[in-house]
Design a protein around this ligand. Sequence first.
Ligand code: ZN
Length: 553
Amino acid sequence: MAGTLFRISNGTVYDPLHGIDGKVQDLWIENGKIVAAPTDPAVRADKHLDVTGMVVMPGGIDMHCHIAGPKVNVARKMRPEEKRLARPVVRTATTHSGTMGSVPSTYATGYKYAGMGYTTAFDAAIPPLAARHVHEEFADTPCIDKGFYVLVGNNHYIMRALQEKEPERLKAFLGWLLSSAKGYAPKMVNPGGVEVWKQQQGGNVSSLDSLVEHFDVTPRQIILGLAQAADELKLPHKLHIHANNLGLPGNWTTTLDTMRALEGYGGHMTHIQFHSYGGGGGDENTFNSKAVELAQYVNEHKNITVDVGQVMFGETTSMTGDGPLGYYLSNIYKSKWFSSETEMEAGCGIAPIEYKNKSLIHSLQWAIGLEWYLLVEDPWRVVMSTDHPNGGSFMAYPQIVRLLMDRTWRNDVLAGVNPAVRERSSLGDLDREYSLYEICIITRSGPAKILGLKNKGHLGPGADADITIYTPHENKEIMFELPRYVIKSGEVIVELGEIREPVQGKTLHVAPDYDKGVEADIAEWFERYYSIRFRNYPVTDDYLHEHETIACE
Ligand SMILES: [Zn+2]
């Protein structure tokens, strides 16, 4: 039976997957999906929205942010001073109240993403042991579709399988783990380094060939082993990689080694800005950008994709699965600090941080992020992110759009930051300006492709009807911060930032095929080491709210 037919007419449409670059045309929607225009001209829509003169794009997709899970919740509690000062989200007849600051509450997160034209977001670092709670938080995060990546880079079972040279067991375990957590992709954070941090005071690995004690494996083996397993499981999004030595001067060689260590397997290098630093020896004055060198490698190697992790000036909260990094930051900024570990799975560190435009380091971080957008030649392989809230809030995305589209304004901001940035990065020499078409790629079509989401990031028949409609404005920050309409699964959910219809949104997850023979071994291991019983660990289908399994093919 046919559903309600909804026509959006006369918009200026951007749909890069189909090569559509600002063409005036209609879109037709039925049952939450885009459908082909009816061939019979006599067919009338049940609902009609005239968007003459407005810009139409697929809904935004944030492929790397922190919006749920244990460390996000600790950070919410840890920053009462921020919550006190930020304007609260007030309750209405149809929406919940919420709090803001750098780590908004669940409902506020959903409303603010949607208000800004984003309709999908992925939390990038969930210890699988905490998955059940994350699904509950997602149920309280309305308006957007969401999923999460499962932390695997310091998992004891995985390191043991590598030590015992059993790639088949590693692969089966990874398949079981993703299926059990109802996660979307495997995420490595400082592979091996978090485990060393747990073992020794102030511990970390220093290079890809450092040994992780008790397991006798190296970061290099973890990276390649997991990349291979992810590839063989045919996951829609391959390995999501937070490399070793994040934030440290001189870390760019580790980043280059990491990309090489993939040996041609697909890998997504996340918040690459934080991994692109020259200098070293603990001397702040040697700090400089290596974005040119690294971007050249990315340009030449199609197996690599990146998101930026842009730093924006102001106060925020750093939160990471990288335990030693949290400790490092809290030492630098003398701030409050939280560290914890999740049994055999993961760790985490949290510390407040303020990025200042007079600081050499922070100014360079800001510049290096922008260099990345401007130096990667293929916009399909670079994605907009602030690593929310690490480099800044997701609410800063419209400002980044303006920095990329308006060279004059970019140079004005550059003139106000620490002057050494001009010698230590190439930003001042880059005159590229993004087009709307390219912005559409790096904020929706590209991430959809990198995530293997066939029904998102485009406006062709079969796509989820997640659509953002903007009023054009010369100032692109103004244009992008307040869309005229946001449509989710065919419903108009937002008008000018006001939530009209707070739909639920669904959870996206994978269910890869794996060798079930591995379960007996996992069960035995579980009963020996875990704090919960094996049978209580997997999140079952009936536990989920609205959800969709994305195929591994
Ligand atoms: Zn992150």
